[in-house]
Write a protein that binds this ligand. Structure first.
Ligand SMILES: *[C@@H]1O[C@H](CO)[C@@H](O)[C@H](O)[C@H]1NC(C)=O
Ligand SMILES: *[C@@H]1O[C@H](CO)[C@@H](O)[C@H](O)[C@H]1NC(C)=O
Ligand SMILES: *[C@@H]1O[C@H](CO)[C@@H](O)[C@H](O)[C@H]1NC(C)=O
Ligand SMILES: *[C@@H]1O[C@H](CO)[C@@H](O)[C@H](O)[C@H]1NC(C)=O
Ligand SMILES: *[C@@H]1O[C@H](CO)[C@@H](O)[C@H](O)[C@H]1NC(C)=O
Ligand SMILES: *[C@@H]1O[C@H](CO)[C@@H](O)[C@H](O)[C@H]1NC(C)=O
Ligand SMILES: *[C@@H]1O[C@H](CO)[C@@H](O)[C@H](O)[C@H]1NC(C)=O
Ligand SMILES: *[C@@H]1O[C@H](CO)[C@@H](O)[C@H](O)[C@H]1NC(C)=O
Ligand SMILES: *[C@@H]1O[C@H](CO)[C@@H](O)[C@H](O)[C@H]1NC(C)=O
Ligand SMILES: *[C@@H]1O[C@H](CO)[C@@H](O)[C@H](O)[C@H]1NC(C)=O
Length: 627
């Protein structure tokens, strides 16, 4: 973007009167924040120069006349921002330096010079375009060698590379013809080098070897220009991602496994340790190669960017289930260096839980999504021992060992089980149907059954469904009563939970380890003796986030399984009026069919937080180009 040679051979000459007929035009492009030189040069001696711009009315940008700068008519926006490159305009140089250009400075400038010898005016038109600030952002992976670009069009006599947060230390300093190690930060010792030792052609780019996540930050390259002795700089944001990471996703989500650098990637193999030699996804020679893909990923994976533009080899994995959990590897080839790098990602998709409250007589849906084209799927219930709820094998339902209570009451939600949907519809539910329904899929690789989802079904007689309304700040009691008074285990759960339970008691212990964090120190049994089977729970200091469906389960010694016997819908509103101490308990006898879908167990988790690079105020930016 620097100076463009000017030829004024065809410039028209005028006497005093200035009219635009035609002129030499120069286009100059620069970046916001940079200083830019508007070039205007003649071969004669100059006695006056006027810089003006369209749309400034009677005001000018800069005027030099009768041996000095004439500020009277200068437009406000150029005050203290413009200066002649050469105060004496020696050799006919009337070029103007405009400091810290902004996009608002874009426009058509006119340079008019008065030639002493010929006593005539000459002019040049300059179209200036100021682009918005452009940050140089570099993405890399731990272990990679990274080039931080810094190039000018001039010759360089010194370069200093620094980074925000290193105090007085630098990364690299080259001065007086050599590397100056005195002030180098120890973490960069023997790890940095100029791409071109001689900085030929103005290349002061720096190679940082074997970057780590600790190298993430804002870097600054300052170069001293040989011709002018002035300094120019550029800032670069470097973001180094770890080559090992953990990602947790919710069942049913689409997940992006990140794998991105700034360099161009020519090939990538995504694989999973336990499925090798099959791969998850292969991209080579400009296209997806399906040959060796594991069948469970067919039609389910895609690159975030089809062409891997900008070095993005991240993979999108659609509708994950817990069986997608595993150690994934992104092995990619960097085109420029023909070298291979890899990233390891542990994906964890926790077992899905769903709480299904219902009233007897209702139709309920037990949901389960298995991997596409699963060959064997089994539904079972903890307390039914060797009888199962449903078995699907080799394309058929197998009725041999089905528990008799489900005969003629069960149907598949989708007979074709498209997209692995093996959800069940149970008609005419009764209280004896309450229990934990587990859906498993048979994994061919490990020859074992893998649990996909727990459906906690709780069926209560009509009228026993409870709705409790409360306000934030209050304490509330959620009732639960068992007919069995010999209680060895109680568990309170909620439709949305981060932990395993809200409150739990088993074999004489009040468990705390896997309690949902949001209930810590806020819940307890109303009667810790649970006299007469009273397992009611008190929740203190309510917040609106406590709203949801709660259910209470009791451990059945005979079957060694959990039976859910009570459910409560709690809604907590933000307190608006004056403080109310007591809680209104409204036992709903509504006959409205409960919308089961509303109760899907959803966990909100955030993964992939990323660090923002440190910010830094520019000092006095000069024109500079990046790569
Ligand atoms: C300057 O840019 C304009 C378009 O913005 C173009 O038409 C013209 O040819 C350019 N002139 C020069 C000298 O590059
Ligand atoms: C400019 O002026 C100097 C002296 O003031 C003179 O020597 C020189 O010849 C002039 N240049 C031209 C191109 O007229
Ligand atoms: C850089 O220096 C070389 C020789 O030292 C010179 O030939 C060249 O013109 C200079 N380049 C610039 C852009 O000034
Ligand atoms: C990933 O999770 C495991 C536990 O599952 C933990 O030990 C490890 O430190 C985690 N690694 C990272 C990079 O967070
Ligand atoms: C990922 O899981 C594997 C096997 O479970 C383990 O060896 C490895 O340390 C884990 N990696 C991370 C980053 O947690
Ligand atoms: C993956 O990267 C690690 C560390 O950079 C390296 O030790 C390992 O050999 C690489 N594995 C493959 C298959 O390239
Ligand atoms: C399951 O497979 C079918 C046919 O191969 C495909 O059309 C569908 O998109 C797949 N669904 C999922 C969720 O992978
Ligand atoms: C809730 O219970 C706690 C602990 O028993 C008590 O300190 C607090 O005053 C109660 N709050 C209300 C609003 O009753
Ligand atoms: C449980 O016991 C408390 C007092 O200990 C009582 O207020 C409550 O009504 C009882 N709940 C049931 C369902 O019996
Ligand atoms: C309660 O259950 C325990 C464990 O099964 C058993 O040992 C005990 O006899 C039972 N007590 C009563 C009163 O039923």
């Amino acid at each position: 973007m620097s100076a463009v040679g000017v030829t004024l051979g065809s410039t028209l000459l005028f006497f005093s009167v200035f009219t635009v007929v035609s002129a030499v035009q120069i286009n100059i492009t620069t970046q916001s924040g940079q200083d830019v030189t508007l070039t205007c040069r003649v071969t004669n001696n100059i006695t006056a120069v006027e810089w003006s711009r369209a749309n400034l009315g009677q005001k000018n940008v800069f005027l030099y006349q009768d041996g000095g700068f004439v500020p009277n008519n200068q437009h406000q926006s150029y005050k203290n921002r413009v200066a002649l490159r050469d105060r004496g305009m020696k050799g006919g140089d009337a070029s103007l330096i405009l400091k810290k250009a902004t996009t608002a400075d874009s426009g058509t400038y006119k340079c008019r010079v008065f030639l002493r010898e010929t006593r005539s005016w000459k002019f040049t038109i300059i179209n200036l375009r100021v682009d918005p600030p452009d940050q140089i952002n570099i993405k890399a992976v731990s272990g990679q060698d990274v080039t931080l670009p810094c190039r000018v069009t001039n010759n360089i006599t010194a370069v200093e590379w620094s980074r925000a947060g290193l105090g007085q230390k630098n990364l690299f300093l080259y001065q007086d013809g050599g590397f100056v190690p005195n002030n180098q930060h120890p973490s960069y010792k023997n790890r940095v080098a100029l791409r071109d030792r001689g900085m030929k052609g103005g290349d002061a780019s720096l190679i940082v070897k074997k970057v780590t996540t600790a190298d993430t930050g804002t870097y600054k390259c300052r170069v001293k220009i040989a011709e002018t002795g002035s300094w120019k700089y550029v800032t670069i944001n470097l973001n180094v991602s770890p080559d090992q990471m953990n990602i947790t996703a919710e069942s049913g989500q689409d997940v992006t496994l990140p794998c991105q650098i700034t360099n161009k990637i020519s090939a990538v193999v995504w694989s999973r340790a336990d499925l090798e030699p099959k791969n998850v996804f292969l991209y080579q020679d400009g296209r997806f190669v399906p040959n060796n893909q594991h069948p469970s990923y067919k039609n389910r994976v895609a690159l975030r960017d089809r062409q891997m533009k900008g070095g993005d080899a991240s993979l999108i994995l659609k509708k994950v289930t817990t069986v997608d959990s595993g150690t994934y590897k992104c092995l990619f080839e960097i085109e420029e260096t023909r070298s291979w790098k890899n990233i390891t990602i542990n994906l964890s998709v926790p077992l899905d839980h769903k709480i299904i409250p219902a009233e007897s007589g209702q139709k309920v849906t037990l949901t389960c999504r298995a991997p596409n084209n699963s060959k064997r799927v089994k539904w079972s219930r903890a307390d039914l021992r060797d009888k199962y709820v449903l078995l699907y094998q080799d394309g058929h339902l197998n009725p041999d060992n089905q528990h008799p209570s489900f005969k003629s009451r069960l149907t598949l939600q989708d007979r074709q089980m498209k997209n692995g949907d093996v959800s069940l519809i149970l008609k005419d539910a009764n209280t004896a149907d309450s229990g934990t329904y587990m859906c498993r899929v048979f994994m061919e690789e490990t020859r074992s059954w893998k649990l996909l989802i727990n459906n906690y079904l709780i069926v209560v007689p009509p009228g026993q469904k409870m709705n409790i309304k409360a306000e934030s700040g209050q304490n509330v009691t959620l009732p639960c009563q068992s007919s069995n008074i010999n209680i060895t285990g109680v568990k309170w759960m909620r439709s949305r939970m981060e932990g395993e339970y809200v409150l739990s008691y088993q074999n004489g212990n009040f468990e705390r380890d896997n309690q949902d964090r949001s209930f810590k120190n806020r819940v307890d049994f109303l009667d810790i003796q649970m006299t007469d089977g009273n397992m009611s729970m008190i929740v203190n200091d309510l917040t609106p986030a406590d709203s949801g469906t709660y259910m209470c389960g009791v451990f059945m010694e005979e079957t060694r399984s959990w039976k859910y016997i009570s459910y409560v819908r709690l809604s907590v509103t933000d307190r608006s009026g004056p403080t109310g101490g007591s809680v209104a308990v409204i036992i709903g006898v509504s006959a409205v069919v409960l919308v089961v879908g509303f109760l899907i167990y959803k966990r909100k988790r955030r993964s992939n937080t990323h660090d923002d690079p440190e910010d830094e105020q520019p000092l006095s930016p000069q024109e500079l180009v990046g790569d």
